[in-house]
Design a binder for this molecule. Structure first.
Ligand code: HEM
Ligand code: HEM
Length: 181
């Protein structure tokens, strides 16, 4: 990933748009994903059309985001930030990238072996054959990955608020759509 640089002050408009669009999609998926298994069959299949379409969109958007990030360096963190916070911040951002990519991949994997149809964008079921064991492995990976994402966000979101309200630096403002830094 490109190095942070002291010469860039804010994230580009594209980076901000991708950050907030993906954040919105992922928060919705994390909140409503757990209710999928409790739905009656008809609603279950219909809701999975929405769930899988949003999830595949996250995968496509993350590919664009990674390509953008590799060619557009992030602004440097404040110079007086303690070293452990710089290290932790980078570790959380890298992990978010990794687990945001893996989440939809596990989702597609479990769909391929599920005994019910999962049809992203209504394009037809993503299905190879019903296989309970492989479905179980991908299903567990998808659920555990979701919990890892929640744990990372429990670090990430309060950290952003800490910068803004306690340290009163530019870190949150430079990711906000209309803020000047
Ligand atoms: C960022 C993307 C995604 C997030 C955050 C997400 C989140 C979740 C969560 C939290 C669950 C509930 C897990 C559980 O009950 O154990 C779930 C279930 C599921 N997801 Fe995803 N998901 C994403 C992408 C996808 C994609 C791309 C697909 C398929 C193409 C998919 C297919 C499924 C299926 C089939 C289930 C299980 C439904 C069931 O057991 O009835 N997900 N997802
Ligand atoms: C599902 C929700 C979210 C995800 C997946 C997410 C993911 C990420 C990732 C991967 C980065 C690193 C960007 C890069 O350098 O390329 C980032 C940066 C950032 N995020 Fe989030 N984020 C989420 C929600 C939020 C929320 C709710 C806030 C504010 C309260 C926030 C504030 C920030 C800020 C301020 C940065 C820039 C940090 C810096 O300048 O070093 N994020 N986010």
């Amino acid at each position: 990933m490109s190095q942070d640089t002291g010469t860039v002050r804010a994230y580009t408009g594209t980076a901000k748009a991708l950050h907030w669009l993906i954040a919105l999609l992922v928060l919705v998926m994390l909140i409503f994903g757990w209710t999928l298994g409790d739905l009656p069959e008809k609603e279950h299949i219909e809701t999975l059309v929405i769930h899988s379409s949003l999830g595949v969109s996250v995968l496509i958007l993350m590919t664009a985001r990674l390509a953008w990030r590799l060619t557009h360096p992030a602004p440097a963190l404040p110079a007086d930030l303690p070293r452990w916070q710089v290290v932790l911040s980078k570790a959380v951002h890298h992990s978010l990238y990794l687990f945001l990519f893996l989440q939809p991949i596990w989702g597609i994997g479990q769909s391929l072996f599920a005994g019910f149809p999962v049809s992203p964008f209504g394009l037809g079921p993503l299905q190879i054959e019903e296989n309970e064991q492989l479905f179980g492995i991908f299903h567990t990976a998808h659920a555990v990955n979701a919990m890892i994402l929640i744990a990372l966000l429990v670090l990430h979101i309060p950290a952003a608020l800490y910068h803004h309200f306690i340290r009163k630096d530019v870190v949150l403002r430079r990711m906000l759509p209309f803020a000047k830094v």
